[in-house]
Design a protein around this ligand. Structure first.
Ligand code: PEP
Ligand code: MG
Length: 758
């Protein structure tokens, strides 16, 4: 039996000598397996590498018949070795022959060996080989022995990476937990199709040097990297970092705990003591952590361990001097980002010429990053299984952002069907295009006004492309989110003027700054908030920092000289807040008049002031509010999250509550009826107007104006032109008193029965 305490150290020292020797790669490999066998008192030690696709080839062995080298080949999943490669996990068996995956290969002569310990050789999470020890006796290998073998496997990965063993192009590697083509299903956040290559938003790293003979130096490096990591997290926590705000906060709290955790540091230091470099030691701790993660059933603990995994990646990036996220400037053409999640500002940082799709592990339909993706026309899908994060950088990928499916390393027939899909989508888009100049009128002659949501200058092109009648919601904060400093009045004025000019006389409703929540800006320091969506955001910030709103309103007044200015405020919770906001506007109008006293033509020729209705409390003040406003705009994303008390950013809740439900429809209908009573125009903004089926429900309860993403105009108009309003009104009206969780199914059936194109 091996002497547990000294063996790993000895083994590493010898390994170091072998790796540093001048002999050829094959010779070094033979030397390594001999070393391992001796050190672990194993009769057999063999190493298999992936070569020429999904085949594992025996490259070196101590104990099996020598003629098996380069002759024994196994497919992924075949035999115990193939099983280790397929799962990416160690396999420790005292009686290997009893395992269902056991296969006997006559050329190896291995039938006399009973116990088996196999560990994967991993490079950037891809299995590139398998290292095995075997013994004649039936024995369970110790945890320490498994760890030693994993360390050797890490060093072997280095040998593979060097390209000395064989041409790296021959070695493809299996991505964990999957066969050749991986298919993932998820939820569509932004429609579209794309074909491209995987780029990790937070790139994976590959440790290139594992062994060291300068232990104090490695500890010093670790110390410095941990310091840099702590500082990085502190900076994020102090809300200066634009890309890690809002819902990342809770995660950052946990990060902070881990980063300061003495236990984590001493585990890494202990491994450095055995002769590994700091980054290899971090990788090793990570490996153990992942093995624990696989066994964990408690989802909360699993997530925490996955935070630790992420943190280890960050630490290694510091150790290796790499940047934290994929550098926008080095983005390859046709890049498809893969990420756990990301914020809207992260997305805006990337070069739009090169970025053609995004796949998120988490995410949700109404999160702002999804809204930005829709605005940019970048297909985005999310809510995928965890294995998504184990795909390989540079892998070919297809996003079918209509059905919510992605394929990694697609086979030719999948590529073919994808291209056919693209063609049929082109036909559909041409049908929408043909409707561009047609009115959105129902079969029984009721005209519905379709407007677009916008936030970036490029969205304005959508106004022309879709033939929409104006911009029902211009999210001004997007421009602030991409700016490192507070945009001054001059540049703001120019921006709004350009927007109005590109609208060519069609109305544009500007919403004043809706920052905070998941929309961080770099120039505003915020405290940690437990519930940012309910926190210091939108008009609440404006009241506490009035200069922000004053300058913005000033710029809007200047920009709309001689034109119509439509302005509304976000997150108004009661009438007094609306009055306060309007007071700021009035003060700026007076100031403007004073400054342009000699030239009345410089004022907007008409100013319409309205409010978003996103906070339920305001519904019970409509009798007081409606006489004061020129229009109302329902922010359905926020209104629904507050109405149902669900976090719109939380992927576990998305789809759980439905706007097509008696409760939500009754509430919305109450607002519409009130607005009609006071003759105040009402628009529905937010994502629920953008899907034909929800738009159908909204029109049926009385909305006549929808502000939706440009890409939704075609499908929604097509639906409107195929519906008979009076029939659907009568049908849905009869369902509002029911107690169903959702009426969606019934409405879909109704639409199908009545040939409504949903
Ligand atoms: C809404 O809440 O529906 C809305 C339009 O505003 P945002 O999505 O920008 O919060
Ligand atoms: Mg909102």
């Amino acid at each position: 039996m091996i002497s547990v305490n000294n063996a790993p150290r000895q083994l590493l020292r010898r390994l170091h000598a072998v790796m540093a020797s001048a002999s050829g790669a094959e010779q070094r490999l033979a030397e390594i397996v001999r070393l391992v066998a001796n050190n672990m008192i194993a009769e057999v030690c063999s190493v298999y590498f992936m070569r020429g696709g999904e085949i594992l080839e025996l490259f070196a062995t101590e104990g099996l018949k020598k003629e098996a080298v380069h002759n024994t080949r196994l497919r992924i999943g075949e035999g115990l070795v193939g099983h280790v490669a397929a799962t990416g996990l160690p396999l420790n068996l005292s009686n290997a022959q009893k395992h269902p995956k056991y296969v006997y290969r006559v050329e190896t002569g291995e039938e006399i060996y009973h116990s088996f310990l196999g560990v994967p050789v991993l490079r950037s999470d891809k299995v590139v080989g398998v290292l095995v020890v075997q013994n004649k006796t039936q024995r369970q290998y110790l945890q320490e022995e498994k760890e030693s073998l994993q360390t050797v496997a890490m060093v072997l990965a280095e040998l593979v990476a060097s390209g000395d063993l064989f041409n790296p192009q021959e070695q493809q590697g299996a991505t964990l937990e999957r066969a050749a083509t991986a298919r993932f299903e998820g939820v569509v956040f932004a429609e579209g199709m794309a074909e491209g290559v995987v780029v990790f938003h937070e790139p994976k790293i590959e440790v290139v040097k594992h062994l060291t003979d300068n232990i104090p130096l490695e500890k010093k490096r670790l110390d410095e990297a941990l310091g840099a990591l702590q500082k990085q997290i502190d900076d994020m926590m102090s809300a200066e970092d634009i890309s890690h705000q809002g819902d990342h906060k809770e995660i950052l709290d946990v990060y902070m705990l881990f980063a300061r955790d003495k236990g984590w540091r001493s585990k890494i230091e202990d491994i450095i003591d055995t002769g590994l470099t700091a980054e290899a030691a971090v990788e090793k701790v990570q490996l153990n952590n992942r093995a624990r993660m696989q066994k964990m059933t408690d989802p909360y603990l699993r997530e925490r361990l996955s935070d630790l995994d992420d943190l280890a990646n960050r630490l290694n990036r510091h150790l290796m001097g790499l940047s934290v996220t994929a550098a926008s400037e080095n983005l390859p053409d046709k890049a498809i980002l893969v990420a756990q999640n990301m914020g809207p500002a992260d997305l805006l940082d990337y070069d739009r010429e090169k970025l053609c799709g995004v796949i998120l592990r988490d995410g949700s339909q109404t999160a702002h990053v999804s809204i930005v993706a829709r605005a940019l026309g970048i297909p985005m899908v999310g809510q995928m299984e965890e294995a998504l994060l184990h795909v390989a950088e540079g892998e070919r990928v297809i996003i079918n952002g209509i059905q919510g499916v992605v394929y990694f390393s697609p086979q030719p027939e999948i590529l073919q069907s994808y291209r056919e899909n693209i063609e049929s989508r082109k036909v559909l888009l041409a049908e929408y295009e043909a409707l561009r100049n047609q009115p959105a009128t129902t079969l029984d002659g009721v005209e519905i006004e379709l407007l677009i949501n916008a936030g970036l200058s490029i969205d304005m092109e959508g106004l022309k492309r879709t033939g929409a009648s104006g911009v029902g919601l211009f999210r001004t904060e997007f421009q602030f989110m991409v700016s490192a400093s507070l945009p001054r009045v001059g540049p703001q004025t120019k921006f709004y003027r350009d927007i109005l000019n590109s609208a060519e006389g069609k109305p544009v409703v500007f919403r004043t700054l809706d920052i905070g929540g998941d929309k961080p800006v770099s120039f505003l320091k915020r405290d940690h908030e437990a519930n940012p969506a309910l926190g210091w955001r939108a008009i609440r910030i404006a009241f506490d920092r009035p200069a922000l709103l004053r300058y913005q309103v000033r710029a809007l007044l200047e920009a709309a000289a001689d034109k119509e200015l439509n302005i509304m405020f976000p997150m108004i919770s009661d009438v007094s807040e609306f009055k306060m906001a309007k007071e700021i506007l009035n003060k700026e109008i007076s100031r403007h008049k004073l400054h342009h006293a000699n030239n009345a033509a410089n004022l907007p020729k008409k100013i319409q002031v309205g409010t978003m209705l996103e906070v339920p409390a305001l519904i019970w003040q409509l009798d007081n509010l409606l006489p004061l406003v020129d229009f109302i705009s329902i922010g359905s994303n926020d209104l629904m999250q507050f109405f149902f008390a669900y976090d719109r950013e939380n992927s576990k809740l998305s789809g759980r509550y439905d706007a097509i439900s008696p409760a939500a429809l009754s509430m919305l209908k109450f607002i519409i009826d009130k607005c009609n009573e006071y003759n105040v125009p009402i628009t529905l903004c937010g994502e629920i107007g953008g899907k034909p089926i929800t738009a159908l429900a909204m029109i049926a309860i009385g909305f006549r104006r929808l502000s939706i993403a440009p890409s939704s105009v075609g499908p929604v108009k097509m639906m409107i032109r195929s519906m008979d309003l009076s029939t659907i009104e009568a049908y849905l009206g009869g369902l509002l008193s029911r107690s169903d969780h959702s009426l969606r199914g019934m409405l879909i059936d109704f639409a199908k029965d009545h040939d409504i194109k949903i």
